[in-house]
Design a binder for this molecule. Structure first.
Ligand code: GMT
Length: 377
């Protein structure tokens, strides 16, 4: 089977999932074609069966914003036609679902019938998609797709609640490479980052408003008042500066490492004692899953799909959005009780194993086969 994958090539979770899925399919013998405006972040090595087609958007003085959608649609037509793809799998509805629809219509004029699967990831539905100006296009493109998947039950319901959907939506949760994301022996990092056995707290995100990065700093302040600790802030984005300012104001800046974007994060996760993800909304929380795979208990919120990943009282705690005091208390509870921490750490790993790439990829393969078989010529 020859599959075209369209995604955002950046650090976001949707791009990571799309790339890891493509890599796994390529290892299983599928021919996989990535079609994006940059090489996806996790597509780092040459691999058999993987092709990368870069979309370049031409500039012209008349254009205030570049016509990326048209450039992508034309590229899809070209790649599907000449590489004889069997299926297009696009990740993140905006604008990929409507662009794929357009490409499919164009290809029909050449007698080519290419099925399209759309995977809804999160902000395409929960934030961006709910902008009323996008609604007709998003609903139409989802309804016209041959298959639609959502990464959590929460997202599936949210899509039905907020868009005019007549198509089926199948939940296929996100996954993690449990060989890569596990506790590696990296104690020398701990020695580098700590001087007197401090606990290591970690947060990773794209530092957008929805992540409530300032709550991370406030939770850390609660922890730090009671237990010596260091905080690793991994990632970058618009809320980094406010978070830095707040940590100076609260007097905890010297115990925080703002590390920027890091790869491979699993090396740092290998020395993590606690992961903080106090998001306001999260359709899945891939960062929490990756941390759990490394045996790190997670303190998060009960927003969106997070409770489908982090089991409250078993692999971490799900608190109310904004309640950084309770998050801090829960963190202290775990960090000061070795036995409890160990039990949470073991459960976190075990739960993450149920989301392994080996368990989840076959669900996509099954959907691909079903959709190709039901295609009318
Ligand atoms: O977090 C973001 O805003 C990026 C976004 C993305 O598409 O890369 O993440 C969303 O998709 C991820 C992968 O499915 C999910 O794990 C994240 O929970 C989701 N983010 C939000 O819902 C805020």
């Amino acid at each position: 089977m020859k599959i075209g994958i369209v995604c955002y090539p950046t650090y976001g979770g949707s791009g990571v999932i799309a790339t890891e899925l493509g890599k796994c399919l390529a290892q299983k013998g599928y021919e996989v074609h990535f079609i994006t405006y940059n090489r996806p972040i996790r597509l780092d090595l040459f691999m058999e069966n993987i092709y990368y087609h870069e979309v370049t958007t031409p500039n012209y003085p008349l254009f205030e914003s570049l016509p990326y959608e048209s450039a992508l649609a034309s590229k899809l037509v070209d790649v599907v036609k000449y590489y004889k793809l069997d299926l297009l799998h696009v990740h993140y509805a905006i604008p990929h679902a409507s662009v794929a629809y357009l490409a499919r219509q164009i290809l029909r004029t050449f007698g080519i019938n290419i099925p399209v699967i759309v995977t809804l990831h999160g902000t395409d539905i929960t934030l961006v998609g709910k902008d009323k100006s996008f609604e007709p296009v998003v609903s139409f493109a989802i309804n016209q797709s041959n298959g639609v998947t959502a990464v959590s039950e929460f997202l599936r319901k949210d899509t039905f609640d907020n868009f005019h959907i007549t198509n089926e939506i199948t939940v296929i949760p996100n996954f993690v490479d449990i060989q890569r994301f596990r506790r590696h022996s990296k104690e020398h990092f701990r020695k580098m980052l700590t001087t007197k056995g401090e606990k290591i707290i970690i947060h990773t995100s794209n530092f957008r408003k929805v992540k409530r990065v300032e709550d991370v700093i406030r939770v850390f302040e609660v922890i730090q008042k009671n237990i010596p600790a260091k905080l690793l802030m991994i990632g970058d984005g618009p809320q980094r500066k406010p978070a830095e300012d707040l940590s100076r104001e609260l007097g905890v800046f010297d115990d925080i490492y703002f590390l920027g974007s890091q790869d491979p994060v699993e090396e740092l996760y290998s020395i993590g004692d606690l992961f903080l993800l106090p998001s306001e909304s999260e359709t899945f929380g891939l960062a929490a899953l990756e941390a759990m795979a490394c045996g790190i208990p997670v303190i998060t919120t009960s927003a969106g799909g997070l409770t489908e990943v982090v089991q409250d009282g078993i692999s971490g705690y799900c608190c109310q959005v904004g309640d950084y005091r309770t998050m801090g208390e829960r963190a202290l509870e775990l960090l000061s009780d070795d036995e409890k921490w160990k039990s949470f750490s073991v459960s976190a790993r075990k739960i993450a194993e149920s989301f392994s790439v080996e368990n989840i990829t076959p669900l996509y393969e099954e959907l691909y086969r079903k959709i190709i078989e039901t295609q009318t010529p």
